[in-house]
Ligand binder design. Structure first.
Ligand SMILES: [Mn+2]
Length: 325
């Protein structure tokens, strides 16, 4: 049995272990009835990992997260609402990819994203894949949100800054998406917050670049020392301005999220990451992505399950502050 309006199967009638997998059991975009279109969010996979600098395998992330997210429910206990009653959500399938070229991949993914839903209403959520795929979704979101001069505000959860100019000669790898997005004017570094950063690094260059550009860097250590004051200040400063949220699963300690390609010990717990996301209540979410889940290293499937719940938390933020236009 399916809820006519949300097109979601009722888990009390149609069990979560049955049926074809879509993200969180949301309907496929092509199955959304005309009277329910356009949807608020098109969620799509980007099975691409040619941009990694260490372990490959994140190309299987979208499939693993679809499967694990069958157990993501719809009613948020702390916010006190049913996400699916507030937002219409759909799984738009997987973007085409070009697995032999990071730059070409960024082009084809952005082109796919541009065509999803209604540009005026539908926001875009990309599920990776490695972090290089964020650039395409940020570009498509920036265009869709009216090409704001100076770029989008960005809230970035990650162990790494991803602001390296080039790695092994590649300028479009997962180490560089925010460097390229800043250069392209898609994001405003003075309205960029990087949360959960930790070392060690190859050099201090990417950290120095980010700080020189005006990025607010809240390392995990600083978060432990100072609490969330700087995050709260950033959110306050945003006011009504929309922000894109990019979430690299490696911001969470590999003890909780081992299934990732460049693991960095000593980070957020699962619970801390949820608390931080909930702290962003009120932020108007322009678009988002979730990246770097590597199922081959995800022995118990807990990384993919966590990723499904991070996706849910970000979508809930958008339900709190509906962005309008
Ligand atoms: Mn990253």
């Amino acid at each position: 049995m399916t809820d006519r309006r949300t097109m979601l199967p009722d888990a009390r009638v149609s069990p979560r272990f049955a049926g074809v997998c879509t993200f969180c059991r949301y309907p496929r975009l092509e199955d959304v009835r005309p009277e329910h279109a356009p949807v608020d969010w098109a969620i799509y996979g980007v099975p691409f990992d040619a941009g990694v600098t260490y372990r490959p395998g994140a190309r299987f992330g979208p499939r693993a997260i679809r499967e694990a997210s069958q157990y993501v429910k719809r009613y948020h206990v702390e916010h006190g609402f049913d996400l699916c009653a507030r937002q219409s959500l759909a799984d738009a399938g997987d973007a085409p990819v070009q697995p032999f070229s990071c730059a070409e991949n960024a082009r084809v993914v952005a082109e796919f994203a541009r065509g999803l839903g209604d540009p005026a209403q539908t926001r875009l959520f990309a599920v990776g894949g490695d972090h290089s795929i964020a650039h395409a979704n940020i570009r498509a979101t920036w265009e869709r949100r009216g090409r704001p001069a100076g770029g989008l505000a960005l809230i970035h959860f990650d162990s790494h800054l991803d602001t390296i100019d080039a790695t092994l000669g590649e300028k479009w790898s997962h180490a560089s998406p925010f460097r390229r997005a800043i250069e392209d004017g898609l994001i405003d570094p003075k309205a960029m917050l990087s949360i959960g950063i930790k070392g060690p690094l190859n050099t201090g260059d990417d950290l120095n670049y980010a700080r020189e550009q005006g990025v607010e860097v809240v390392t995990y250590e600083r978060l432990q020392r100072e609490g969330t004051a700087s995050i709260d200040r950033f959110v306050q400063r945003l006011g009504a301005r929309e922000a894109y949220i990019t979430f690299d699963i490696d911001v969470i300690d590999p003890a909780f999220a081992p299934g990732t390609g460049t693991p960095c010990p000593g980070g957020l717990t699962s619970a801390e990451s949820f608390a931080l996301l909930r702290r962003l209540a009120g932020v108007r979410v322009a678009g988002g992505d979730l990246v770097e889940v590597l199922p081959d290293r995800d022995v118990a499937g807990n990384t993919a399950l966590l990723a499904g719940h991070v996706l849910f938390e970000i979508l809930c933020l958008s339900a709190i502050a509906s962005t309008g236009r």
